[in-house]
Design a protein around this ligand. Structure first.
Ligand code: PRP
Ligand code: URA
Length: 209
């Protein structure tokens, strides 16, 4: 089964509470999502391997630590995953960025793919899939299927809010994919929205409703 890590941090919890409020407008919603993504990127990269390097400060020679040349790629699921890209890149500016376009059919709630563009060496990279919402788990599972079909072997999933149902689906279909979230909510409602959740992340991010 997938390892599930919940980033239980006061600043993440505080910012997420602001995002959940229905009065929070698109500008603040975007900024908060970007800030939380930066904090989550900081946590998710905690175990990256480092190497000792010789450097010279203005004072003397010394050794320092540098992140080993592990190749990372982040892959936002369009649209809402786009809101997590800048925050992540502010911590790991050298990560390459792929894009997967998926939307949920409003009737069936099943994901429909409409876009896929990856860095050419994606199969050699550790891929961090970004999407604020893990609801039924259909979109994340479909995105992971697409990445695995292109040869990706090391994939992590980073969500803001997850429903227990979505976590179960992804970890059953893709037990090799670890999941990192800011919060696990109660359940899904009849429309497959997360409860309490924060509503439709894409619409709130881009002001489309
Ligand atoms: C949202 C969200 C996820 C998906 C999660 O996207 O950003 O991609 O729903 O739901 P699931 O786990 O049940 O698949 P949406 O389909 O609303 O598309 P959008 O970002 O383009 O609005
Ligand atoms: N997609 C969203 O944007 N929000 C939900 O609660 C579920 C799916």
């Amino acid at each position: 089964m997938s390892k599930v890590s919940v980033f239980d941090h006061p600043m993440i919890a505080h910012k997420l509470t602001l995002m959940r409020c229905k009065e929070t407008g698109a500008k603040d919603f975007r900024n908060l999502l970007s800030e939380i993504s930066m904090l989550m990127a900081y946590e998710i990269t905690r175990d990256l391997p480092t190497e000792l390097v010789e450097i010279e400060t203005p004072i003397c020679k010394t050794t320092g630590r540098k992140v080993l040349g592990k190749k990372l790629a982040i892959v936002p699921i369009l649209r809402a995953g786009l809101g997590m890209v800048d925050g992540f890149l502010s911590i790991v500016p050298v990560a390459k960025v792929g894009h997967i376009g998926l939307y949920r059919d409003p009737e069936t709630h099943l994901p429909v793919e409409y876009y896929f563009k990856m860095p050419p060496d994606i199969s050699e990279r550790t891929v961090i899939l970004l999407d604020p919402m893990l609801a039924t788990g259909g979109s994340a599972s479909a995105a992971i299927d697409c990445l695995k079909a292109r040869g990706c072997r090391e994939i992590l999933l980073m969500n803001l809010v997850a429903a227990p149902e979505g976590i179960e689906v992804v970890s059953k279909k893709h037990p090799d994919v670890d999941i990192y979230v800011a919060a696990v909510d109660e359940r899904l409602n009849e429309q497959a929205y997360i409860v309490p959740g924060l509503g439709d992340a894409g619409d709130r991010l881009f002001g489309t409703k």
